[in-house]
Design a protein around this ligand. Structure first.
Ligand SMILES: [Fe+2]
Length: 233
C-alpha cells in the first residue's frame, strides 16, 4: 500500500478504494451464488443485490469524482478472502437446503464487512464536511443493511422448513426415523452426537419451542408435511 495516510481525507479515500474493489469483486461473485442457490427467494435476493451492487459502484465513482480522486489501484483482500471461502463452500457436496444456508452465511459475512466499511466512511465523510459524498454513501449503507435483514429472513424460513420435517419424523417408526436422519443433513447437523446410542429417543432431548404444540402423539398429518417439504425442493 503506497498511499500515505497523513490526513483523515487520505484514510477516507483509502477506504473508498477498498470498497470500490470489494464491490467489483462482489459483482463477479454474486452470479455464481445466485446460480448455486436453490430457493427462488434467495436467487432473487442475489439477483437484486447484483443490480444494487452495480449501482453502488456507480455511486462510488460519483464520490471519487466529487473529491477529485481516482478509484482503483487497490485490492480489497478481505473481500478476496470472503469470496474464496464462499467458493470453497460451493465445491462441497451439500444438501440443497444446507447449501442455501451456506450461501446465506457467506453473503451475510460480506454484507457485515461492507456495513462496517460504509459505516466508517459515512462517519468520516460527515466529520470532513463532505455532505454530498456522505449522502450518497448513506444510500448504499441502507441497501446493505436491507440486504442483510432480507437474508436473515430467508434463513429463518430455511430453519422453519427443517423444523417442520423434523416434527414429522416424530410420528414415524424409529426405523423410518433413522432413515430420515441419514437423508436430511440439516437434521443431522442440529442433532449431532444424538443419533447413536439413544435409539427411539434420539430427538427428544432437543429443545424446540414449536415441538410442544400439535406434534406430540400421532400427528397424522406428519408424514404428509414432510413429503410436502421434500416436494418443494
Ligand atoms: Fe455493496
Amino acid at each position: 500500500m503506497s498511499d500515505s495516510l497523513e490526513t483523515l481525507h487520505d484514510l477516507f479515500v483509502h477506504e473508498l478504494k477498498d470498497l470500490y474493489s470489494a464491490e467489483n469483486q462482489l459483482i463477479k461473485a454474486l452470479p455464481k451464488m445466485s446460480q448455486a442457490a436453490q430457493s427462488p427467494e434467495l436467487k432473487r435476493a442475489f439477483d437484486t443485490h447484483l443490480r444494487e451492487t452495480k449501482e453502488q459502484v456507480r455511486r462510488l465513482e460519483q464520490v471519487f469524482k466529487a473529491l477529485g480522486e481516482k478509484p482503483g489501484g487497490k485490492t480489497c483482500k478481505a473481500m478476496q478472502g470472503l469470496v474464496e471461502e464462499g467458493e470453497e463452500l460451493l465445491e462441497e457436496d451439500a444438501d440443497p437446503d444446507v447449501m442455501d444456508a451456506a450461501l446465506i452465511v457467506t453473503a451475510q459475512k460480506v454484507e457485515h464487512y461492507e456495513i462496517a466499511s460504509y459505516g466508517s466512511v459515512c462517519t468520516f465523510g460527515r466529520v470532513l464536511g463532505y455532505d454530498q459524498a456522505t449522502e450518497i454513501l448513506k444510500e448504499t449503507m441502507a441497501e446493505e443493511e436491507r440486504t442483510d435483514k432480507l437474508l436473515t429472513g430467508i434463513a429463518e424460513k430455511l430453519n422453519v422448513q427443517a423444523k417442520t420435517a423434523d416434527e414429522a419424523d416424530e410420528s414415524e417408526s424409529s426405523e423410518d426415523r433413522s432413515e430420515a436422519m441419514t437423508d436430511r443433513p440439516m437434521n443431522r447437523t442440529s442433532s449431532s452426537g444424538n443419533a447413536r446410542g439413544n435409539a427411539g429417543g434420539n430427538q427428544r432431548g432437543r429443545t424446540s419451542t414449536s415441538r410442544s404444540k400439535g406434534s406430540s402423539g400421532g400427528n397424522p398429518g406428519g408424514s404428509r408435511k414432510r413429503s410436502t417439504a421434500r416436494a418443494r425442493r
